[in-house]
Design a binder for this molecule. Structure first.
Ligand SMILES: *Cc1c(COP(=O)(O)O)cnc(C)c1O
Length: 432
């Protein structure tokens, strides 16, 4: 039976279902696979559907768990949209587009997998299951979309009032039914603190079964390894070489998934982390000392993280910093460079980047030619630019075409409840 082990305590173990429903391990650690199943790449033909590839990759992690039997079905439900690799500059530079899901960011993959898995778990209690999610932007929308109208589950989205873009707010508030959207008078940190407080509150625990769907959950990470596997196999088949990936990074969930795919045998060369002005990780790799700090606000807001949670997983894999440096490198890109890159690549390639994707494009543009030879390179496009049209349109001087999925969300009526950032206020809306 496959077990997952806490990064903080080797005695803290859980099977697949328990790791997914808990999120965080008791004691605050993150779950890591106890071993890495050998995936035979012969069994993984390039060009297979994502859902088929996903089921083959993930089922060994669920070995001995009741969910293993429904893995094919879970993956069909989660991977019902594509992650195309689009050439940008011949065979040398491509874009992995992760924004074709219902809320147009890569978080749809993880959120949909988690929803499909949790929806098939037998419930231990008769208390209603509430998923609390604090969000500064993309996560809340993806989680709400994934669980929308799922029977027996309610989603409560907490976002900082007045601190998300109009486009983002629409995506957090357009659901209704089993999704409750709360505009909290406070900061994102206040929203996160409230969620933590609710989990610790004995009264809440007695009345509801609470769960979280944040990015440290294994159920969001594992499915993200799938598109790296698929993309690297496709590029290897086409060019004969193992591609290198540049991943726009905040909490390092997406980058960790890329490293996991490589660990599982995907033909992946270098992995470069592109951060915004929040330089905790680039500084750590450079100086070898981890100095976490409060986040600073940037244009690439979904990456405004001063203390990236999944760094703990990467350090657990490569405890020696010298070793870690051979597996990863990182750069920091400030807002001025993000703006300039969106303009420049629109002019040069006709490409339109969201501010997050632009950090990856800028990291590539800064590389010296010798380093580029280590490619083929893949820019990971984490969100559709239409989600950030307020930023992007003035830079490129034309409207960003809106994909149909977002158009549908924009047309839905938005509703939210405004609350103070206190436990009493949260409890009173949870009671309905
Ligand atoms: C969440 C997000 C990121 C950062 O991903 P992590 O897994 O937290 O590193 C990057 N870009 C977009 C558009 C996001 O929504």
């Amino acid at each position: 039976m496959m077990q997952f082990v806490s990064t903080r305590d080797p005695q803290e173990r859980a099977g697949f279902s328990a790791a997914l429903s808990r999120g965080l391990a008791p004691g605050g650690g993150l779950y890591m696979p106890q071993e890495w199943p050998a995936v035979s790449s012969a069994a993984l033909a390039p060009g297979e559907s994502l859902a088929t590839l996903a089921a083959k990759l993930i089922v060994p992690f669920a070995e001995g768990d009741p969910l293993a039997a429904s893995m094919a079905e879970i993956c069909r439900q989660a991977f019902n949209f594509s992650a195309p690799v689009v050439p940008l500059d011949g065979d040398h530079l491509s874009v992995l587009e992760l924004f074709h899901g219902p809320t147009a960011a890569f978080k749809d993959f993880g959120a949909r997998f988690l929803a499909a898995a949790l929806g098939r778990m037998p419930r231990k209690s008769t208390r209603p299951l509430k998923i609390l999610v604090a969000t500064s932007g993309d996560t809340g929308g993806a989680v709400a979309a994934a669980f929308h109208r799922q029977p027996g589950i309610e989603v409560v989205v907490l976002f900082p009032k007045g601190q998300v873009s109009p486009t983002q707010q629409q995506q957090l508030c357009c659901w209704g039914d089993n999704v409750l959207s709360l505009a909290v008078r406070g900061s994102f940190d206040d929203c996160q603190a409230l969620v933590k407080e609710a989990f610790a509150d004995p009264d809440c625990k007695r009345r509801w079964e609470l769960s979280s769907a944040n990015s440290i959950n294994l159920g969001r990470l594992l499915p993200q390894a799938v598109y790296y596997f698929a993309a690297s196999l496709a590029i290897k088949a086409r060019t004969g070489a193992a591609p290198a990936f540049i991943v726009p990074s905040g909490n390092l969930g997406n980058a960790t998934a890329c490293v996991w795919a490589r660990r599982l045998g995907a033909p992946i060369g270098q992995v470069v982390l592109a951060h915004n002005a929040n330089r905790t990780v680039p500084d750590f790799l450079e100086h070898g000392v981890l100095r976490t700090r409060p986040s600073v606000t940037t244009l690439a807001s979904a990456m405004d993280v001063g203390n990236p949670s999944n760094l703990e997983r990467l350090r657990a894999m490569y405890p020696d910093i010298a070793d870690l440096r051979t597996h990863l490198s990182a750069v920091s890109i400030d807002d001025g460079a993000i703006r300039a890159r969106i303009r420049a690549d629109h002019e040069h390639y006709g490409a339109i980047w969201c501010p997050h994707t632009a950090t990856a494009a800028e990291a590539y543009a800064r590389m010296d030619p010798a380093h580029r030879q280590a490619g083929p390179w893949v820019l990971v496009a984490t969100a559709h630019p239409a989600k950030f049209r307020e930023t992007v349109e003035p830079l490129i001087g034309r409207p960003v075409p809106v994909p149909e999925s977002l158009e549908l969300l924009f047309r839905r009526p938005a509703r939210f409840t405004e609350i103070d950032g206190t436990m009493a206020a949260l409890r009173s809306v949870l009671e309905g």
